[in-house]
Design a protein around this ligand. Sequence first.
Ligand SMILES: Cc1cc2nc3c(=O)[nH]c(=O)nc-3n(C[C@H](O)[C@H](O)[C@H](O)COP(=O)(O)OP(=O)(O)OC[C@H]3O[C@@H](n4cnc5c(N)ncnc54)[C@H](O)[C@@H]3O)c2cc1C
Length: 216
Amino acid sequence: MKFFHKVIDVENLSEGNFILKLERNDIVFKAGQFFSLGIPGTNINREYSVCSGENESSIDFLIREIDEGILSKELRKLKVSDEVKILGPYGNFYLKNFNLNENYIFIASGTGISPFMSLLKTYPNIKYQLYHGIRYKIDMINTLPEKNYFKFVSKENINNSNFFSGRITKNLEMLLKQDKRSYVFMCGNSMMVTDVYDSLLKNNFKPEKIFTEIFF
Ligand SMILES: Cc1cc2nc3c(=O)[nH]c(=O)nc-3n(C[C@H](O)[C@H](O)[C@H](O)COP(=O)(O)OP(=O)(O)OC[C@H]3O[C@@H](n4cnc5c(N)ncnc54)[C@H](O)[C@@H]3O)c2cc1C
């Protein structure tokens, strides 16, 4: 097992977000899982969910640079051919018995969209609706299919067919009208996840079909 993986690219998406693309080598993972990343020679590691698909040649991570943060800043400064230490995969946030006939609801805040990017690349025929809470329109992921990708923008005033003003937690009507038998996967900050979880239960979604991953 080789733990050190070379950087292929650091792609800036917006002021805050970037994609770190690494050589995959012999890594195997399930869409939705995460790895612990670190810079060789330091003892600082952080967890990051894979955003590339199970069958792609590189392994990619969507990362938000945190102003006061330690590692996310350093990862953004990496150059092509620098090495990153990768441990994993970890986590159970993946589809256990994928079924084309089931409906899947994906709910993300910020870079919590990362596991869903991986899932949608891995299962392109999945039946889904994706709800994404972002701060600015520019934080949307424009490589995702536009259909069924609903963006909730908290720091800009915007309203059109797939954009809504305000946080997801203030715009739950559309989500709560979906089929109550759906599988629901939620990922991102703990406040969003716990608030939406409570609303789903109050609206008769099935607790055994709700799965969560908390980033911070
Ligand atoms: C299972 C798991 C998967 C994760 N996957 C991703 C991922 O795919 N992409 C990603 O960008 N991050 C992800 N994270 C968060 C990541 O591990 C780090 O916490 C984050 O990058 C900050 O690290 P840092 O060293 O820069 O900041 P630190 O010095 O560790 O933290 C600074 C502060 O920033 C807060 N913080 C952490 N993440 C965020 C955030 N996204 N927005 C606002 N504040 C934050 C922390 O709570 C802390 O108070 C994941 C976390 C977990 C537990």
